[in-house]
Ligand binder design. Structure first.
Ligand code: FAD
Length: 567
């Protein structure tokens, strides 16, 4: 079978690897000159910046891909097994690091080796350092005892409530991940699977009926802890005041399973997957913008429903209708190829790792339109981001690898993001400094700061003015928090905004995660991984089911594989 993958985001790379590992021919078209999509990097004057994701969870999903060999897919492999392959020596039975290393690096570097590729990562000791406007500072350590000390010494929260929340998150994740994350949500048969039958019995515990904030507020008495757990809504570009409490399960990935970091930075994830694809024979065509998914009407036949749309026994010509191999006539539409750089190229199967709204608007403009175009245009996009990449001439010990400087009014900040669609004047600031754990990421005595605030999706706002005002507000807040004049340390500056994110990755309106999860129905409304009306076509990536973020994108590639091969 010949498969085209459009887009080299992490999900496109993963899908290409999965298909190539089965021995099928894959061509991946990418409009940019490098792989990775939102996972990208900038190098300037000795500084290296990961420009997109910074938090790495569920690394076993990357391990699984890097250990694949051609024609050797283990169908029994449970890809949603939470065991992180290489972690056994350094993680105790409670899932906590057994090293008492004070800073971010866990002294045991976790290693995943595959062929010529070597991808190493380690578990962070501290998932994030939190700074509050009232002066409170604490670390959210992954070790339970150390975390208990931080919480009890710095907040009024009962630590048992935090354990309760993390246990609830684990329960929801374990109960729902097979259906909500690792399988198509849109296949009724998945609801009937043995492992998913108990979900209806626990519906009341899943939290669809209330928001993340209301669940957090009713559990925690300290507002600072409510704010901390509310922040997980931003991991998929949503508001905790609107997103269902089910999403509180995100904390399970970060704290129970763990926050990790690749030894060579986040871009090494994309780079390793790209190299793996090359090793498996994926044909990469860079600087290749796909302008159309070619869709044709067809009249064919099928022997068995599950075999018609893919594989060699696909019947392309209606004249074969009477062949004794086939029994039932079938009419419909199917993807047969892509149009790229003005040339039509034909394939048996097409996988889109493009933003689905962009695809629906721009890539189905032949005779047949994308059937969900109208519905997609009505969905609220997720939030975007404004990021300053600063090469900083200086080292700041008060900061760790991941740091959050909270706003004093989180609710209002979300109203600015989703209602007014403006940047808030006192934003929550995220500072990510990979130099803290990757010494080569900045010159000696210097640091590479990735300074991000959540931003509304691009709706044609006056970004120049918004960015200039946000820069002032950010600098002022950093100066006050650390009693410094950070402007004096800025050696190098690059900026990413909703506009540049949209331009560079063709993500509609610069939304980071496709549509937002700002409603209890959002999971159901998210774009499915296949369309009933167009066969031989799958969708993968952060704007489709199950959602954005590296692990969910990798899960969507697992689903795409299941759809292609009817597993
Ligand atoms: C600033 C930022 C911070 C983030 N933080 C985190 C984090 O900490 N942790 C985390 O897990 N996730 C994070 N994410 C989200 C994560 O990066 C994404 O969900 C994930 O990388 C998206 O992968 P994807 O496969 O959907 O494809 P994308 O990364 O969106 O890439 C799609 C690719 O397809 C290409 N393409 C699109 N259309 C076409 C076409 N017509 N023809 C050819 N090529 C095309 C694009 O050029 C692009 O390379 C963050 C994202 C951003 C931007």
């Amino acid at each position: 079978m010949k498969v085209a993958v459009i887009g080299s985001g992490v999900a496109g790379l993963a899908t290409a690897i999965r298909v190539a590992a089965r021995g099928d021919s894959v061509t991946l078209f990418e409009k940019n000159g490098i792989p990775g999509g939102k996972i990208s990097q900038i190098r300037d004057k000795g500084y290296r910046f990961d420009t997109g994701p910074s938090l790495f969870t569920l690394p076993n999903l990357v391990d699984e891909l890097l250990s694949m060999k051609s024609n050797q897919v283990d169908h029994s492999a449970n890809a949603n097994d939470n065991t992180v392959n290489a972690m056994s020596q350094s993680v105790d039975s409670n899932g906590q690091s057994d090293k008492a290393n004070s800073q971010a690096i866990n002294s045991d570097v976790q290693t995943s080796l595959s062929g010529k590729n070597s991808f190493k990562y380690f578990r962070l000791e501290n998932s994030c350092r939190y700074f509050y406007p009232d002066g409170t500072v604490f670390d959210f350590f992954q070790d339970t005892q150390k975390l208990r000390e931080q919480i009890e010494n710095n907040t009024d929260e009962n630590f048992e409530n935090i354990l309760k929340r993390l246990n609830q998150s684990e329960f929801i994740y374990n109960l729902t991940s097979d259906l909500f994350i690792f399988n198509s949500f849109h296949r009724f048969s998945n609801f009937l699977k043995e492992e998913n039958r108990s979900i209806p019995l626990h519906l009341h515990k899943l939290g669809f009926h209330r928001t993340m904030h209301s669940a957090n507020k009713s559990l925690f008495k300290d507002k600072r802890i409510v704010q901390l757990f509310d922040r997980y809504a931003t991991y998929n570009g949503s508001s905790p005041h609107k997103a269902p409490a089910t999403l509180n399960m995100i904390s399970h990935l970060e704290h129970n399973i763990g926050a990790f970091f690749p030894e060579k930075g986040i871009y090494s994830i994309a780079d390793s997957l790209y190299k793996k694809g090359v090793e498996l024979g994926v044909n990469f065509e860079f600087n290749s913008l796909v302008t159309e998914v070619i869709v044709e009407k067809f009249k064919g036949t099928r022997e068995k429903k599950n075999e018609i749309y893919s594989g060699e026994n696909y019947n392309y010509n209606s004249k074969d209708e009477n062949t004794s191999n086939f029994r039932k006539p079938w009419r419909g539409k199917r993807a047969v190829g892509v149009r790229v750089n003005g040339v039509s190229k034909y394939f048996d199967y097409v996988v889109c790792d493009t933003d689905v709204s962009y695809a629906a608007e721009n890539m189905f403009n032949g005779r047949y339109r994308h059937p969900l175009k109208k519905r997609l245009s009505k969905l609220e996009p997720s939030s975007s981001a404004l990021i300053f990449y600063w090469g900083i001439k200086g080292e700041f010990n008060r900061l760790d690898i991941h740091n959050i400087l909270f706003t004093s009014n989180y609710k209002e900040e979300f109203e600015y993001l989703f209602k007014k669609r403006e940047l808030y004047s006192d934003p929550t600031i995220y500072i990510f400094i990979s130099k803290k754990v990757v010494p080569d990421d900045a010159p000696d005595g210097c640091e590479n700061w990735f300074v991000m605030v959540n931003a509304p999706y691009n709706n044609g706002q006056d970004w120049q003015t918004l960015i200039a005002n946000a820069r002032k507000a950010i600098i002022q807040k950093i100066d006050i928090t650390f009693n410094i004049k950070i402007e004096d340390y800025i050696d190098v500056e690059h900026i990413a905004s909703p506009v540049t994110i949209e331009r560079n990755t063709l993500s509609s309106k610069g939304a980071l995660y496709g549509s937002s999860s700002n409603s209890m129905f959002s999971a159901f409304l998210r774009h499915p991984n296949t369309l009933n009306k167009i066969k031989n076509l799958s969708f993968t990536g952060g704007s489709t089911h199950p959602g954005g973020g590296i692990p969910l994108c990798l899960a969507s590639a697992i689903i795409a594989e299941k759809e292609i091969y009817k597993l």
